[in-house]
Write a protein of this length. Structure first.
Length: 139
């Protein structure tokens, strides 16, 4: 994700300065947010919002409101599928359009995410691990 951002800056001549992260509390995703914060510092980015929400939450309106107010250059969510749905719906309702959204696996890689969100998922980027050595067996 951070290599991608640096490459984007280099190739497109843009400058990324601020980041925001959002994830569920008490999950492996929280550890991911900590790593993102460390990498942000290493790459010279400022984390302007780092927040977590409770499992089984029914709304992310407050979190999206904070993101909209902070207006980070890049939003880095790490969410399960149901939470990704909530984020997209809240962002649409509150007219929040991140400049760049780079998700971390989970909800954004679930095929139902695109099916359910349709056009509202356009422009979202996610990273996902893969095994290059398996490419010939499972393209």
């Amino acid at each position: 994700m951070f290599d991608f951002m640096k490459e984007l800056e280099k190739r497109r001549g843009v400058r990324i300065k601020t980041l925001a992260s959002c994830t569920r509390t008490r999950s492996s995703a929280w550890d991911s947010a900590k790593v993102q914060e460390e990498l942000a510092k290493k790459h010279g980015y400022e984390v302007v919002v780092k927040m977590a929400y409770r499992a089984k939450t029914t709304s992310l309106d407050a979190e999206v409101g904070k993101l909209k107010a902070a207006n980070p250059d890049v939003f880095l969510p790490t969410s399960y599928t149901s939470d990704a749905f909530l984020f997209v719906k809240a962002a649409k309702n509150l007219d929040y359009n991140p400049k760049l959204l780079i998700a971390q696996n989970a909800g954004w890689t679930d095929p139902t995410f695109l099916t359910e969100m349709g056009k509202d998922a356009e422009g979202h980027i996610t990273r996902a691990p893969f095994a290059l050595d398996m490419a010939n067996k499972k393209p």
